[in-house]
Design a protein around this ligand. Structure first.
Ligand code: GRF
Length: 203
C-alpha cells in the first residue's frame, strides 16, 4: 500500500510510521510526504531518510485550490491511503471524496471528547481522569469520522499539559502504524460509523 503523509510540523507520527515500516511492522511504502509549511521539523527527517517529500505552501490559498494541488500530487505518486499526521488544516469535502474512506487522522484525545485544537489542554482543564488518542477515518467535518483505534491514557494529579501530551504522544506512535496495518490487511469494514475489525486468523 502506498501512503501519502501530510504534515505541518514536528512530524513525530510520520517518523513512527516510517520506523514501523523499517522494522517490518507495517507493510507499506511512503510514496510522498507533503507539508504545507516550509520550515516544518518533519522535513529534516524526510531528507535524512531520503523519503520523497514536497512542500506545498498553503498560506493565503483558498481551501479548494490548495486541496486540488495536494490531490494532484497524491495522485501523481499513486497514493492508496492518505495519513494526516499533525496536518493543521481542514480538508475540503472534495478532498475527502477524492479518497473515500482512504484518509486517516490521529487526534490526541478519546474522540468524540475534545475535538479541535489543544485537545490535551482541554482534557486537563475539564478534569477527566482518562484521556488518550484516536485514529479515525476523515470525513468532511472536524475530527468526526468513524473511529478505528483508540488508546486510553490516565490523567495524573501531577500532570501538566506537557507531561500529559508526552504520554499521549507515545500512544499515538504505537496506534497509528497499527491502524494503518489494519487497513493494509483489509481487516476493517465500516458499517455506518462503526468499524468492524476482523480478528487475526489463527492457524
Ligand atoms: C499530534 O499530537 C497529533 O495527534 C495531532 O497533532 C500532533 C502532531 O504531532 N493531530 P507530530 O507532528 O506528529 O509530532
Amino acid at each position: 500500500m502506498r501512503l501519502g503523509i501530510l504534515i505541518s510540523g514536528r512530524g513525530s507520527n510520520f517518523e513512527a510510521i516510517a520506523n514501523a515500516i523499517s522494522r517490518r511492522k507495517l507493510d507499506a511504502e511512503i510514496a510522498i510526504v507533503i507539508c504545507n509549511r516550509p520550515n516544518a521539523g518533519g522535513l529534516d527527517f524526510a531528507r535524512e531518510r531520503g523519503i520523497p517529500m514536497r512542500v506545498i505552501e498553503s498560506r493565503g490559498m483558498e481551501r479548494e485550490a490548495y486541496d486540488k494541488l495536494v490531490i494532484d500530487e497524491l495522485r501523481t505518486h499513486e497514493v492508496d491511503l492518505v495519513c494526516l499526521a499533525g496536518f493543521m488544516r481542514l480538508l475540503s469535502a472534495s478532498f475527502v471524496h477524492a479518497f473515500p474512506n482512504r484518509v486517516l487522522n490521529i487526534h490526541p484525545s478519546l474522540l468524540p471528547a475534545f475535538p479541535g485544537l489543544d485537545a490535551q489542554r482541554q482534557a486537563l482543564e475539564y478534569g477527566v481522569r482518562i484521556t488518550g488518542c484516536t485514529v479515525h477515518v476523515v470525513d468532511e467535518f472536524l475530527d468526526s469520522g468513524p473511529i478505528l483505534v483508540q488508546s486510553a491514557v490516565p490523567v495524573l494529579d501531577t500532570d501538566t499539559v506537557e507531561t500529559l501530551s508526552a504520554r499521549i504522544l507515545a500512544q499515538e506512535h504505537a496506534i497509528y502504524p497499527k491502524a494503518i496495518q489494519l487497513m493494509v490487511e483489509r481487516r476493517i469494514t465500516l458499517q455506518g460509523r462503526r468499524a468492524m475489525i476482523r480478528e487475526d486468523e489463527v492457524d
